[in-house]
Design a protein around this ligand. Sequence first.
Ligand code: MTE
Ligand code: MO
Length: 221
Amino acid sequence: MADAPDDTPPESKLTRTKQEWARDGRFLTGERERPDSERLPPGQHLMKNWPVLDLGLHPDVSTERWRLQINGAVEEPQIWDWARFQGSVQSEATTDMHCVTTWSRYDNRWAGVRTRDFVAVVRPRADAAFVVLGSYDGYSTNLPLADFTAFDAMLVHSWEGRPLTKEHGGPVRLLVPHLYLWKSAKWLRSIEFRTADQPGYWEVRGYHERGDPWTEQRYAD
Ligand SMILES: Nc1nc2c(c(=O)[nH]1)N[C@H]1C(S)=C(S)[C@@H](COP(=O)(O)O)O[C@H]1N2
Ligand SMILES: [Mo]
């Protein structure tokens, strides 16, 4: 037999430091890295432009008139205006989007408020498990709280360095990159935290409760 390797693995200052990083979760972004081959979910095709898809109403909501109602299972129901929203911790993220109608678009640069930072401020009650988003066009959609607060989910006001256009849901829309885009309510008007789920506009019309593109959760069974 060849030389038996020393079975005591080497340790050094560096390995000890790295072990500490592992313990502390250092550098964890919360983002899931996917290999390039898995970046495009099954049945999707890539688009260079950004299509507009909605119920056909494009409500005209100025930043002056815009309000966000935050209610339900939260410590303190509140209504945010534009200044309050702008005064919240701002972030940028570059993420993909996947529409159930089979188009996907890569590398969209967003600016806004991460839903994680948002819930840290509004504090949903411990029994809150779902959110229902309401929009100025009458649209609604529901999400498990865990999906709503995914690391890269954001209440966005800008795309590629410019204010979100009316067609794409300005002044503020939700963006939840890891679910089909119907979960990303445009012209956001209300966020209700709930202990029980309540299906939204498309969810009562045959679309899936959760909408994970990688497992093709397009339609309800
Ligand atoms: N308020 C509102 N939000 C909405 C919709 C809508 O009709 N009203 N449509 C959803 C659907 S089905 C899709 S695919 C995306 C489209 O967003 P886009 O028009 O910016 O591409 O918005 C989602 N959010
Ligand atoms: Mo959609």
